[in-house]
Ligand binder design. Structure first.
Ligand SMILES: C=CC1=C(C)c2cc3[nH]c(cc4nc(cc5[nH]c(cc1n2)c(C)c5CCC(=O)O)C(CCC(=O)O)=C4C)c(C)c3C=C
Ligand SMILES: [Fe+2]
Ligand SMILES: [Fe+2]
Length: 368
């Protein structure tokens, strides 16, 4: 019997292209209260981030937080903003470009690498659409958070699933596992500390400050606390530090509930009281520098430490574009791509999937 409709797809006959999407948290478009407000609204309306029952939270969020916080938050953003924009977005974009340099050579024309932000721009939805238009039939989403937390990693899953729900022809999909204990990440972290020691001298204590989450999330089964502790221990082992030479702590408390302890702000006061020579501070839970590291730790933390009588305070930057980190990320991504990039064929001159669909539809007289 003749078929008068387009086949569901003939693209399986073509060598497929793989899209890799690095995803980080996101920033406002500008360091102004007007730009921070919609960003915070989107961020803090995510039920993965704030787990308070919706009717109560909506009153607090719309009645208080969105009236007070944007102005304060904008001033903080203004203190770290660069000519190119938010450091988090700028670093993430650079990481995607550098990764393309590494993996593009290994898999010419088979890979498209880009980045997206969970909140703000460029959105996960717009970037997935872009990758599909570039003929990507497989998609690897890489949440850039080393430690898994429902408020970050699961929220990326949720958003990807929301986008897929609206998609008729869905790509093959993988979401990279958290890499909190992967040698590629631990070794890069350790080398970034050694580099800093080489240039600026070695500190007497290493404070590892991770972003906090409410304590109830741990009680509900979130692995974030354990992942952070393990990263801390592995980094200390790699650097040959004894238990007395480092501390794991949690920063960025939000609201009145109890968060993971010890709080970085309290540890800084305790360490200042010990009158040690020099304190090194690193934020291993962030793959790129951002508001939480550059303002809260490098600026505010230093002031708090000095105010409590502490001496020399050195902030060690995040992994950002460290060579060992980009090669490490390439290794982590390559493992996930196994099976998708084996035939070595090149999709260089293929038409995009949408062009193919349209020409097939035209051939069947279904489109002008
Ligand atoms: C309200 C609860 C929050 C939870 C839970 C939370 C978890 C969490 N966040 C990050 C990483 C980042 N957070 C950043 C900023 C930021 N975080 C919160 C609140 C929670 N985070 C707020 C309100 C803000 C915005 C700034 C402010 O007003 O204070 C950032 C920086 C973004 C940037 O533009 O630079 C990052 C990164 C993790 C890893 C995490 C859970 C583990
Ligand atoms: Fe946060
Ligand atoms: Fe903060």
């Amino acid at each position: 019997m003749p078929r008068f409709y387009p086949e569901p797809s003939f693209s399986h006959q073509l060598p497929s292209k793989v899209g890799v999407l690095l995803v980080n948290l996101g920033s406002p478009d500008a360091p102004t209260a007007q730009a921070v407000r919609p960003y915070l609204k989107q961020f803090l309306s995510d039920p993965r981030v704030v787990e308070i029952p919706k009717p109560i939270w909506w009153m607090i969020l719309n009645g208080i937080i969105l009236n007070v916080r944007p102005k304060k938050s904008a001033a903080k953003y203004a203190s770290i903003w660069t000519k190119e924009g938010s450091p988090l977005r700028v670093w993430t974009e650079k990481q995607a470009k550098l990764l393309k340099g590494y993996l593009g050579e290994r898999y010419p024309s088979q890979l498209t690498i880009d980045y997206a932000m969970r909140y703000g721009n460029p959105s996960i939805e717009s970037q997935i659409r872009k990758l599909k238009e570039q003929n990507c039939q497989q998609l690897l989403v890489v949440p850039m958070y080393p430690q898994y937390a429902a408020s970050t990693t699961a929220s990326v899953f949720d958003e990807v699933a929301r986008v897929m729900q609206k998609t008729r022809f869905q790509p093959g999909l993988r979401i990279m596992s958290p890499y909190f204990d992967q040698p590629a990440y631990i070794k890069a972290l350790a080398q970034s500390v050694r580099d800093d020691w080489m240039n600026n001298g070695r500190g007497d204590h290493l404070l590892m400050s991770f972003h906090g989450v409410p304590k109830y999330t741990l009680e509900k089964g979130d692995p974030y606390f354990c992942h952070a502790q393990k990263t801390g221990r592995l980094l200390a082992e790699e650097l040959g530090l004894t238990k007395e030479q480092y501390t794991v702590a949690f920063q960025s408390r939000f609201g009145k509930a109890e968060w993971l302890k010890p709080y970085t702000s309290e540890v800084l006061v305790q360490l200042a009281g010990k009158k040690m020579g020099k304190l090194d501070v690193i934020c291993p839970g962030f793959a790129a520098d951002c508001l939480e590291t550059l303002e809260e730790i490098a600026m505010e933390g230093r002031e708090d430490y000095h105010a409590a009588g502490g001496g020399v305070y050195r902030y060690i930057p995040c992994l950002n574009d460290h060579t060992l980190w980009i090669s490490g990320l390439a290794e982590l991504v390559s493992v996930e791509l196994t099976g998708w990039l084996t035939n070595g064929k090149c999709a260089k001159n293929e038409k995009s999937m949408l062009e193919q669909r349209d020409s097939r539809a035209r051939a069947f007289g279904l489109q002008k």
